[in-house]
Design a protein around this ligand. Sequence first.
Ligand SMILES: C[S@@+](CC[C@H](N)C(=O)[O-])C[C@H]1O[C@@H](n2cnc3c(N)ncnc32)[C@H](O)[C@@H]1O
Length: 235
Amino acid sequence: MDIKLIQIILDNLITESMRDFANTSDLKKNRLRQLREKDLLDSYSPNQFKSKLNLVNHVKSLNILNKDSEIVIFGCWYGSILVPAFYDDVKLITAIDSDRRVILKSREIYKDYPKVDFIEGDVFDKRIWHRFKEDDDWDLFKRCNLVINTSCEHMKPMKEWGPIPEYKTPWWKRFKNTHFAFQSNAMFDIPTHTNCVNNIEEFKKQLPENAEVLIEDEVPDERGTRFTLIGKMCN
Ligand SMILES: C[S@@+](CC[C@H](N)C(=O)[O-])C[C@H]1O[C@@H](n2cnc3c(N)ncnc32)[C@H](O)[C@@H]1O
């Protein structure tokens, strides 16, 4: 892990307004900004380290990445933990999130790190994938070695990604030699969680039909178990 990057991240986490907040009793002051900073801080919580490192260690145990590899992250949030964990190992990380504030903040944090590209968009919206289209084939699909999604509980099941009736080849089948690493959880009480699962078997039912599971694991959390599924897309 890169120490300079850790310093940049901490400088972004512990901002002036956060210091002000700690020193003021006026909770209404800059409330929205405080909530955004809390969101960024949450992405580095002990539970986040526990669950992300579970995924990172399992992926690394498979030895599937090298300096020519490309990773795509769905629902990347601030790229916290995952980007520093894989940055040195690969050629490019493309990180996609539908929240503009998240993308702007992430671009600021990683502005001196050219091997990570933050893109604003809904991963289910075909327009964001068209920006990668260099010829009749979808270039990103040919290049991508690993798709990570630790936000599965926030979106439709991954098997629904790529509107099948509209395309001759479903999107998951366009990948060549590509692995996936997904996480979801049973934290049903969190309002933004629209697609939680009760257990790993339920989570497996959300996988695309050409997904072969190589590793499955569970991470305990006081708010509900997190589930990890790692495997490869078969053609
Ligand atoms: C709270 S965060 C991350 C939660 C996740 N459990 C984790 O620890 O990484 C969820 C992120 O998914 C993003 N998101 C949700 N649905 C999305 C979609 N369809 N396309 C892109 N990003 C999405 C949200 O904007 C948010 O930044």
